[in-house]
Design a protein around this ligand. Sequence first.
Ligand SMILES: [Zn+2]
Length: 333
Amino acid sequence: MADLEFPIERYAALPDLSGLAARDVRTVFPESALIALEGRQKQPLFVSALIHGNETVGWEALKRLQAWMADHPLPRSLLIFIGNVRAAERQLRMVPGRPDYNRIWRAGETPEHELAARVTEIVRAAQPFAAIDLHNNTGANPHYALVHHERPEDLQLTSLFSPNAMMTHNPPGTCSEAMSAFCPAITAECGHSGVAANEDAAFNLVRDVLHLDHWRGAPDLPLDLYTVTGRILIDPDARMVFEHGAEGDVEFPASLEKWNFFDRPAGSTFARILNCGNPVRVTTETGEDVTDLCFVREGDRLILKRDFTPAMLTTNEAAIRDDCLGYLMEKAG
Ligand SMILES: [Zn+2]
């Protein structure tokens, strides 16, 4: 695979996207694409879509943007990156056996890292006003942003999308973190794919930032800013169940996802351990095991040791096995 190369094709206009689903992306963008559209203010807004191929919100937001542009002049220039077109064609997060396009924005050896480095250099040279990476997620979550700096302009950008924000540098190699080296940048996590209200929210965010003349130096709304204590991992051999009384090794409530972005107090039950062993662990960004700081066992109950706010909890077993059960966060500041 060492001879694989991914070109970036550059465009000065958007082809007609109306009627095209994200899986049809290669009929108009056969390779990853950068589209530069000129607006009244020349400093561009950078928007990325389809970095994860099955997260269609960015694509659908671009279709809304194109329809809107039919009778509205662009208030600010746009630089649009269309990411993993091969994964989108297959309606997958990423192409099997190839890197995740949201983990390639730091130094690395693969052709995909090389692609990300070239895109970063082009965007950096354009001195963008801001960068927005549009994603969907699994699990029941409110809209939330991943933000990487406590700079006032990053927090204002965040507040234009949602009051829920995670301050994080992880996972390493995300697009928005790379862009945050030279402009305010967020990942906008827009809920489930295929939901019109989520696509509207993504479009509204892009349109609002296009209309923003300058950064005022403060959030537009009060933010709930969280830092991540750790990710919750389940022993790959443990059988998980999501209903009371079912046979397994660890039991979570069926409504687990309803805890996302809700405060869970110290002393509340997080799970039940039905057999011996410790199938639930929490690790930090650097891989340090912090399970004992987060949980304590009382009989068969696994209890929160401190006040936490979970996020990205999912009951989707494949997502848990591929990634994690979710995250434990604490209020920043
Ligand atoms: Zn994503």
